[in-house]
Ligand binder design. Sequence first.
Ligand code: OTN
Length: 450
Amino acid sequence: MTDFIKQAAHVKPSANQLRHLKETPFYAFVHFSPNTFTGLEWGTGEESPSIFNPTELDCDGWCEAFVSAGMKGVILTAKHHDGFCLWQSKYTEHCMKNSPYKNGKGDIVKELSDACRRHGLKFGFYLSPWDRNSKLYGTDEYNEYYKNQLTELLTNYGDIFHVWFDGACGEGPNGKKQVYDFDGFLALIEKYQPNATYFNDKGIIRWCGNESGSTRYAEWAVVPSELCPLNMNIQTGAGPLYKKGTLDYMYNMDDNIGALSNILYSKGLVFSPAEVDMSIRPGWFYHEDEEPHSLERLFNTYIHSVGGNTTFNLNVPPMPNGKLNEKDIIRLKELGEMIKKSFENDLCKDAEISYLPYSDSETQQIIDIEFKEIQEVKYLELHEKIEEGQRIENFIVYRLDEDGIFQKFDEGTTVGSNRIMKFNPCKTNKLRIIITSSRDVPILDQISVY
Ligand code: OTN
């Protein structure tokens, strides 16, 4: 068993995953399609291209708002479930060619990807595998159609940092079932954008398992290779019995998928960090009767996602005129200011940090952080050297009180690429972190206190 635990501690990220975690922990999702004009969340595919006409499209304004929030990238729904393509596709008429925007010459993908470069943001796209417009859907020919569209997006708009494959599909038993050539899709990314990551239920970047922004108490980037997407049948018990000797009982919405109890019987472990995808408003698309979520909710989601070993993909839906709603622009600016203000003064810069053994086991460690004077402490930020694997299982934080006694102050589980602990503010001149459990020698490459 201990050998297996050590193996689990050495499952490492790819260069693309490491770059994604380090360079784009927080990015914007932009849901923009005929749904913006119909008020639907799942378009029927019967919408006329003539309704898609964002007369005041302002991609620079979008990017300014995203930059103000501290976001590092943007992902556009280039094609949502309704099948309408926000670019000039050679493979369908259900695209910008037949939109009145710029008299059929418009290309939203180009306008946004160009604006991203002007504002120092990375660009990515969402291409819905589910397509309610294409008559090919449900046949092998659809895979060729989809791969042609994917190739257009991968080759005509510059560097792509992230490709987003939504797993949603509403086709019921009487609907057209599509068997996707996912290996073929991924081969195109490898061929044309080898530095890009991709998102799906269990991929290079894994779905966190909900769309409300809630995060796991302990988020492991190292999970069983058998992790399967949510299987509603198993959920409702209507599905097949679990196949003996498999992990069919465990799927991507489970809470503790990376815990030892779940990885122990795995046939293999993979590095697959989670992404938290959530919308700034109740809907993914713009609805004028909705309001943006509170600053507190968005900030706490940031703390628990970016500071919970995941990335945060926050959706901001443009209005039919092509601009962001002023309330969303203000909320994004407020969020960026709160993040900046909360983490701009690292008290560890002037502190003395010492490492001491806690026991005969090198997987337990004491880290003392001594400030030159009494400080008010609100946040602790820890980063494991994730390129060496994710290891820390549990840690306890103590503060030295006015009587010189260490008082237990907080306790955490996983750390990973980033763990932010938010404390009830307290005054102390010394913190002690005891790493009580780790899968191998813990290696931290950042300790910050704010
Ligand atoms: O009805 N749904 O499709 C649905 C309801 C609640 C939450 C998610 C979904 S779809 C779900 O979206 C995820 C991204 O947010 C992933 O793409 C999953 O594969 C997909 O099933």
